[in-house]
Ligand binder design. Sequence first.
Ligand code: SAH
Length: 365
Amino acid sequence: MNAKEIIEKLKNTHDLSDEELLFLIEMPSLPVEDDWKKRMRGENIRFTQEEELLFGAADDVRRAVYGTDVYVRGLVEFTNHCRNNCYYCGIRRDNRHVERYRLTHDEILSCCDEGHGLGFRTFVLQGGEDPCFSDEKICQLVADIKAAHPDCAVTLSIGEKTRESYQAYFDAGADRYLLRHETADEGHYHKLHPVEMSLNNRKRCLFDLKEIGFQVGSGFMVGSPGQTAQNLLADLRFLQELSPDMIGIGPYLVHNDTPFASEQNGSMLLTLRLVAILRLLFPYALIPSTTALGTIHPRGREYGLSVGANVVMPNLSPTGVRKLYSLYENKICTGDESAQCRSCLENRVSMAGYRIVTDRGDVKR
Ligand code: SAH
């Protein structure tokens, strides 16, 4: 089969053989121009005919399920303390160069209040795995946010916990949980994480979350050190097994104060290609056009939306701490106020041909 036939098959059946998926993952892209000024103007991206077909098919499917609607999630990065030591992550435990912070209960609530005024109906509380935020504290936070904003969904993204903890968060009112599996290949997982972490526990968490009743999000980084096309195939197959409601991917980006300081950033084009493949494999999924995509290219998030993504997650954290939640270098939107983020995004989304809606944005499946 040629590219056109494979893309048609994917669009119509929402699945492919391993060989066909690998073909789409590995087909060549045009060289990305290295002129910095052109890159800053976002001028250098040219797609092959095959990519145009793939991206067009993904956009068709996205429009058939979600129209032009884009859901927004207000992201509150409430702590950068972390007990884990993931090799890729700038807020890993052993990074002594990052100034650590925690938002107070009241600061987190005011972020949500401000976000509600700006039209957000989902709040995502994300952080490192910070033992200072006990289950009691998390549950109190969730309950208080839900009490103040009963029309909103609360999403947690606070890492690996016991099933009992997840159950407690759910009982307190949390609706959704984001936990990327990062890579579905055991060997690759151990290249990215220290020995005390395991892919099995990550998977256990995801299946527990699903059984408890959360809307679950997973995902992976594109171009993380040592990643192969086979690894990406394993990621897609694992997602098919999990069948998550939300799938977040972004290019791996270097952080200089990590063991991966001398590695390369992931590729924007390969990330876009995987966003499109994900939309075609999972027509119903909520797929964010991520901050990492916006960081690797000035129009990365717009491209993401045009190839199948339907969610954006602007930052609601207080401006004073945004730079400190430094997962990778050059993270965008760390200087803007929340209201600026909102209006900037509205422009970007409408320039790309879509429309931000004020809605909880639950999954349509
Ligand atoms: N502690 C939480 C939140 C992690 S931060 C958890 O474990 O789920 C959210 C996501 O950022 C991670 O899942 C990871 O995929 C991504 N991330 C971390 N470091 C990154 C880097 N250097 N480049 C790109 N993405 C990164």
